[in-house]
Design a protein around this ligand. Structure first.
Ligand code: IMP
Ligand code: MG
Length: 175
């Protein structure tokens, strides 16, 4: 089992890769005749989105937004700042928002509302991880690859104080 001194593995890299591959296969079939645009939510989604698009068998475009609700710790500040907005028009595009993890749901609730108002052809949200027990607003993703308990996780793009994003697996910080 992948492990370092501070982190215990929760989801091994091989499990993540298998789910990402299947997700890319499903998208490749479903969006074959569409105008696919991914909007990745920085920074956490950068690894997931990179792996996902490289498994696609159809063309796509990629854009990013950045939201911040956590600061540098592990407790939510409660408000969502849009630090970087996608400047492009969504008209005529079938948009898939890609997120690392849904916690309270505030970030994606806000971003979905913003993007829907720009009238894309369709809009759908895919998240790598979901912590349904932590939800404080009524939001659910169209697809989540892994549902987890109320644990603070790192790796595969997710950080704690900007650290651990480079780990190829999802782990839990040891106390
Ligand atoms: P929400 O708005 O509360 O759903 O927060 C979602 C954001 O908080 C995610 O995009 C992550 O950046 C961050 N976050 C929530 N839970 C975790 C975690 O367990 N590890 C790392 N980041 C997290
Ligand atoms: Mg995030």
């Amino acid at each position: 089992m992948e492990k370092n001194n501070e982190i215990t593995c929760l989801i091994p890299a091989s499990d993540i890769q298998a789910r990402v591959k299947q997700c890319a296969k499903d998208i490749s079939e479903e969006y074959r005749d569409k105008n696919l645009l991914f909007v990745g939510i920085l920074k956490g989604s950068f690894v997931f989105l990179s792996d996902l698009v490289r498994e696609l068998t159809i063309p796509c475009e990629i854009s990013f937004m950045q939201a911040a609700s956590y600061g540098s710790g592990s407790t939510s500040s409660g408000s969502v700042d849009i630090a970087l907005d996608t400047k492009r028009s969504l008209k005529g595009y079938d948009v898939i928002v890609v997120e690392d993890i849904i916690d309270t749901g505030r970030t994606l609730q806000k971003i979905s509302e913003m993007l829907r108002a720009r009238e894309p052809e369709s809009l759908r949200v895919i998240t790598l991880l979901d912590k349904p027990s932590r939800r404080t607003v009524d939001f659910s993703a169209d697809e989540s690859l892994f549902s987890i308990h109320d644990l603070f996780v790192v790796g595969y793009g997710l950080d704690f104080g900007e650290k651990y994003r480079e780990l190829p697996y999802i782990g839990v910080l040891c106390p």
